[in-house]
Design a protein around this ligand. Sequence first.
Ligand SMILES: [Zn+2]
Length: 582
Amino acid sequence: MGTKPPSYAGRACAGARVPALPTLLVAINAVLAIPLACSGREARRLNVLLISIDSLRADHLDCYGYRSATGAPTSPNLDRFAKEGVLFEHAVSTTSWTRPSHLALFTGLPDVAHGAVNDEKGLTPQCVMLPEILQGAGYSTAGFFSGPYLDAKYGFDRGGGFDVYENASGVEQQVEAAIGAAVKSIQSDPDLAPEEKQQRIRAEVGKVTEDSYHRASTANRVTDRATRWLDEQKGKSAPFFLFAHYFDVHYDFAPPEERYAARFWPGGQRPRINGDDFFTREDVEPAMSAADLAGVKSYYDGEILWVDEQVGRLLKHVDELGLRDDTLVVVVSDHGDEFFEHGTKGHRQNLFEPTLEVVTMARLPGRLPAGRRVAQRLSLVDVAPTIVDLTGTAAVADRGAARIEPLVHGMWGRSVLPLVTGEEKGDRDCLGYLFNLWQEKGHPIDVWALWTGSRKVVVTRRFEFEDDSKQNAPQVLRLKLLERTGLLFDLANDPGERHDLSSSGAAADAAALVRFDATFAAGGALARLLDAFEVGPPPPPLSQFEKLALENLGYTQADLPKPFPKGTALKLSLLPLPQFPR
Ligand SMILES: [Zn+2]
């Protein structure tokens, strides 16, 4: 991506709109943003290191209570880190897949608000990204990622907030070679029309890229690149924001050396089935034996151990540079993986706990108490406002926040410091969302989850497409609601989400359902306020691989087939909304 000049610092609050707001939205965000002065020298000195470990279930780390098949720890470095800072025992993601959960991490907004709910949807224009804020406050900013959904084309470099934003996986060289061969073969096929060639090439690029990322081991490269960048910051007066994204725990579960998995082999024996092709192979299925499943999990745990080692190396480097006391380090995961607890494997399938409970820990010597464990529930959307809070950059955040009044700093999440100090006692209500265009027999579905107190409400809606085009106007596809089904769990007594209490009639259960309807309305209102679902923004620009493949054939992006016909506006209507209870 290269180096870019800062662009956020001077940006005015143009485009601020002040629409009539639903009462509830105002109530939820009753405290309007009050510009705060930057807290001077201290704020300028504080560095931030944000580490994301993809697909890491919180309950597979010893510090979150895990015990592996052999008793060997999966995460010695992260366990040590937890003792040096604060561990949040019940942090939940906003969804169960990579792109929207990371965008929630960066924007402080739930998925219905940032709007990037599938591959094609862009970020809503009103979002402000954490790197933009910190860059605007004078930080040097860099991001090194290793998974395909973190590519800049998916919105991660929005606003130009990263001075440097790079794919550190090293996978691109492998992909380039494979794509070159594929393009040659498709191009020389005389039976294919030009449009078919384009489609085949796009599909091939996607497949080769995905396969390569799933199989490669890249955590060492992320640490190498991140440590090198840290070295380059030596002697500079600006504080830094460094984002490091580790993808290796994501399937396939194929650690770089077998010894990582062997430490967790049940009975010390090499399992019959390893972690290769976890998502696609058919013998990894709900009816597989417990022994075989334990074998597969030993490879998942092996990947965790490998990534833990690389995260440990990065943290050690921070120490060696003498930066420990001046650096806020936050470690999160974006979602987990399911091993058939609810009948499916992997992620992006549902909003149950195995894929929603995520790792969240933070260390800042002198400011965050060592060894503190926070039991209250919170969300990944609370991470960005916490970083804004600790770095004293609220005033800068508010410069952009006017665009989405009345959210505080333009974010739905809130700083977690009151939870750490004990000032705030209860669980936070958390909102989850998953949109899948084609999941059930060609019908789009969306899933909403609300965690409120010990209760969790999960509502799934099934839609069908309806052509809503006016004559002689661009085609409009609207989603028509077919059915809505709800589940309610008491996580305190039923962490496995087995017993649906939605018709129990108990007061606490009924209250949770009312709360869901209210939050659903607020989330929907926010989404409409931000036009998150209303406008089909242009498709994301091409990745470097797609560019490479298409340039070989002399195509440009304008020639590409779009997911929907030109001029189609996909209206993801959130209506009908339930009535706000009075
Ligand atoms: Zn992910």
